[in-house]
Every structure is written in C-alpha cells, then in structure tokens.
Design a binder for this molecule. Sequence first.
Ligand SMILES: *Cc1c(COP(=O)(O)O)cnc(C)c1O
Length: 349
Amino acid sequence: MSDYAPGSGGHGGDAVVDLRSDTVTRPTPAMREAIKAAPVGDDVFGDDPTVNALQERVAALLGKEAALFMSSGTQSNLCGLLAHCGRGDEYIVGQLAHTYRYEGGGAAVLGSIQPQPLPNQPDGTIRLDDIAAAIKPDDPHFARTRLLALENTWSGHVLPASYVADACELAHSRGLFTHLDGARLFNAAVASGRTVTELARHFDSVSICFSKGLGAPMGSMLAGPRELIHRAHRIRKMVGGGLRQVGLMAAAADHALTHHVERLADDHALAKRLAEGLAALPGVTVTPPQTNIVFAQVSDGRTPALLEHLKSRGVLATGLIGLRFVTHLDVDAAGIDHAIAATREFLEA
Ligand SMILES: *Cc1c(COP(=O)(O)O)cnc(C)c1O
C-alpha cells in the first residue's frame, strides 16, 4: 500500500480522498475570510452590494448584458429555460444532458416545456443533422421549437469551438434561442486556453456554477440579455430562489473567481495523473480526460466490489456509468497516488 498520510488531502484535514464530485470541496480559510468580510443587504430588495457587484462582474466576464445569482445550477438552468420558453414550447437538448436527465424534469414539470432529447455523440455534441431534423415547422400538430441547449464541459469533454459556432448558427438561423449549461465552463476555458467570454459568445444565455471546480459552498449565475434576466428574476422568486443576505455566498463565489480559476489546471493535471496510473493497471480501460473527470471501466462487472474496496481504503468514487473520479481543490498528488495504489491492490488480489 502507499504511505498516504492522514491530513495530506487538501486543506480539509482528513484522510479521505473524495473523488465523487468536485462539489465536495470545503471553503478554504481565505474564502471563509472573504465571506466574513462581505457587506450584505436584502437581495430580494436588490440591496445586497456583494451580490450586485458579482452579478456585474459575471455579466462582463461572460459578455452578456445582465446576470442573476442563483442558489444552484439546477435553479439557474430552470429559470433560464422558463425565461426562454412558454407552456407548449419545446427545447432541443442532449439525451444525456444535465438539464434533461439530472434535474428532475423540472422544465416539463414546472414550465410545461416539452424536451426534444437527441443523441449525444461521444464528444458531447449533438449532430447538426439531428438538430435540423428536430426543429418543427409552424404547424398545429407540433410543439413550438424555441431553444437549443448545449452543455460545456460535457462529461468532462470540451465541446469543439467550431461545433458550438455551427450549432448556434443553425439554431439562430431557424429562429431558435440558445442556452449553455456551463456548470464547468471554467474547466473548459482553462483546458482549451480560451476565455469564458469566447466560450459564451454564441449563446443567448449561459449558466455557470461556483460550487463545482471553483470550490464555493453554493451558487450559480444565469447571464444573458437584460430582458431575459428580468423574466428569470420573477421565475427565480416563484421557485423560492429569492434569498436575503446572500452576499455571504456571493463573496465566496467572488473569491473563487479571483483565486480558483487558473488553478483548475492543477485539477486537470491530477486527473491526467490518475488516468495514466489507472491505465497502467491490468484490466482497466480509461478514457483520457480533457479536464477534471476520469471515466474508467473494469472487467466482469467488478465495479461495485472495487468501489467497496476503495472505500475501505479511504477513497470515494462513483459508479453509475462505469467508474467516475473527479479531481478538485481538496485532493492532491498524494491522494491520487493513494487512489491508484488502492485500485492496484484490488486488481492484484
Ligand atoms: C452540477 C451540474 C448542474 C447543476 O448544478 P447543481 O448546483 O447541482 O444544481 C448542471 N449542469 C451540469 C452539467 C452539472 O454538472
């Protein structure tokens, strides 16, 4: 076994190497200081200076007119979809996209918006031909196709830039709006060497998360045209997202934007280290990661037993779609090497 020492995994001070998600991070001491120092007010009255400043910062960063702080990525996508589409409208979305598959069907349940899911290719794209064929003509038989929603990163993949431009151009040329679920947009930016402004450019609206790789305790932001954000503001209130002195959390998000973006490269390097370490083991197939998510397969349906073994060694991962490991602020190289060693121990037993 490796000589992994308790306390060496990030700043959390415990021995567990938690690779289940990049949402498990705890605020750093510096982030806690930023939270403590934040001026706050009642954001439902529009009085929270920290929230207001963050909304302006993010709108500028994403190249949009306005932005609105949200409790979660799910709430942000939901408010975006409901602001774009009305009852009986339809949005085109990937079969495996978060908004369609992992958000409780909220757009349909709460907005009466019909999803038109289409196959995701292995790189996360949806074929342009599939999109074109799914856009319904103006005919009483059909729901009104209003919106195309894409996701970047998608399962850790960065969408090809030319694809994004082409897909959005197709959508716009057919009178659709475009929404980007950019929960991990900063990972895409760091991995591709492009700015989030460039990555957001072709979309009417964009949602980003502060609670994933950026390491804040909560919060997302929906950005877009002023009028759309105005509608989203009412919807956010309707779904219980009008928060009060939430500048405390906006301060954490602001701190993350300043201090935790460039370091995402470290997470990507650790994911690569893990992928290479796992790929060298017998019977493991690894998808080379582009960002901070590593997918791996072991033979003969051994995933549950491997996950149990890893857990007994203080390594947590998920196994819904093969093995999934996510790197983040609270794991370091020693933790990754420990995870590799624990996997080797299982496979060689
Ligand atoms: C996590 C995630 C969301 C939703 O974020 P929550 O804050 O967990 O609601 C949306 N889209 C993608 C791609 C995500 O990974």
